[in-house]
Design a protein around this ligand. Structure first.
Ligand SMILES: Cc1cc2nc3c(=O)[nH]c(=O)nc-3n(C[C@H](O)[C@H](O)[C@H](O)COP(=O)(O)O)c2cc1C
Length: 339
């Protein structure tokens, strides 16, 4: 039992107590044997930080920019489906929390609130990106993108690792179902456009917003993303929910950074639970990280306030970590700061 949560792990334990078995299976689970799910965490543990001493760290900032947008910390909120299953306020709570913490929210194509509802919930504060799944129903896909563009979302994040949903055995064992009131949203996930190719990136760029490619793990794909005009890429294995047995995101990061070679910003998600995880990613060349489940546990436990608290815990951990590493800002973290 945890009284006052003081870390993401505390939030995870409290969320496990609070969520019903159906929701917990969906949120926590991964694909297959969950090797990649576990390795996302283990790989962060394997990497060691290399701090420098006797550097003046009397003034430290966690602020940085991502695609020219100011953020209070190098931590963004990953797109996560069905957030009303974690808390009745769902995506509206998450979006308000991101805005008040000064960071960017990625709204999922499988959100249980529309881009307009989320935009209105934030009263014009904060920056939101829209995560695009290309459904076989193109009209549905385009309708969602149009709405996000009209509501001033700042980028389109194309998720490229889901031509089909991964096989998540926790869901199968429990016969996972969305609560009745959210069932209409599940319809969307019945058909993804598995014909999607690199050419579709150019279609998406036609909306006039920066395009972020989320879900690649190799130098080859990173090069293709750059050649097709991606402004940023997210090194991600979908939190271990798609192809089990792929590399941990942090292990795939170096080859992607090298292949991109400064042509786009590189972001990472998967297994981030601590500020020091974010610092390891920065040291290996990421501009920022995204948090999925860490944010979700905060949402489940305490709605908007829970998400704000998770973000503040991570920000404080990054601030202290930067100082102890001998850096006064994220931009001072270099390859030499990690093994
Ligand atoms: C419950 C859940 C739902 C997700 N839904 C989406 C989604 O709708 N779109 C998407 O691009 N990624 C989705 N993801 C993947 C996340 O964006 C992100 O890649 C992943 O959660 C990062 O790993 P982490 O949970 O260890 O932080 C989902 C992940 C989880 C755990």
């Amino acid at each position: 039992m945890v009284a006052e949560p003081i870390s993401v792990w505390d939030y995870e334990r409290l969320a496990e107590e609070k969520l019903d078995a159906n929701a917990l299976a969906y949120f926590a689970g991964g694909a297959g044997d969950e090797v990649t799910l576990r390795d996302n965490l283990a790989a962060f543990e394997r990497r060691k930080l290399r701090p420098r001493m006797l550097v003046d760290v009397s003034s430290v900032t966690t602020a940085t920019t991502v695609l020219d947008t100011d953020v209070s910390m190098p931590v963004l909120i990953a797109p996560l489906a069905f957030q009303r299953m974690a808390h009745p306020d769902g995506e509206r709570a998450t979006a308000r929390a991101a805005a008040s913490a000064g960071t960017i929210l990625c709204l999922s194509s499988a959100a249980t609130r529309s881009p307009r509802e989320v935009h209105e919930a934030c009263e014009a504060k904060g920056t939101r990106w829209f995560q695009v799944y290309v459904f076989s129903d193109r009209a549905l896909t385009e309708g969602l993108i149009d709405e996000a563009v009209e509501c001033g979302f700042g980028a389109l994040v194309l998720t490229v690792d889901v031509p089909y949903l991964g096989r998540r055995e926790r869901d199968l064992r429990i016969d996972f179902r969305l609560p009745e009131e959210l069932e209409p949203y599940a319809e969307r996930l019945k058909g993804f456009d598995a014909t999607l190719s690199w050419r579709d990136l150019e279609w998406l760029a036609g909306y006039g917003l920066p395009v972020v490619v989320k879900g690649l793990l190799t130098a080859e794909d990173a090069r293709l993303a750059c050649e097709h005009g991606a402004a940023a890429v997210v090194v991600s294995n979908h939190g271990g929910r798609q192809l089990d047995g792929v590399q941990a995101s942090i292990d795939a990061l170096p080859e992607v950074v090298e292949a991109v070679d400064g042509r786009a910003e590189v972001l990472l998600d998967g297994g981030v639970r601590r500020g020091t995880d974010a610092l390891k990613a920065l040291a290996l060349g990421a501009r920022a990280v995204l948090i999925g489940r860490a944010m979700l546990w905060g949402l489940a436990v305490n709605g908007e306030r829970g998400v704000v608290h998770v973000l503040e815990l991570l920000r404080a951990e990054i601030e202290l970590g930067l100082a102890l590493l001998g850096c006064s800002s994220p931009s001072e973290v270099t390859r030499a700061h990690v093994t």
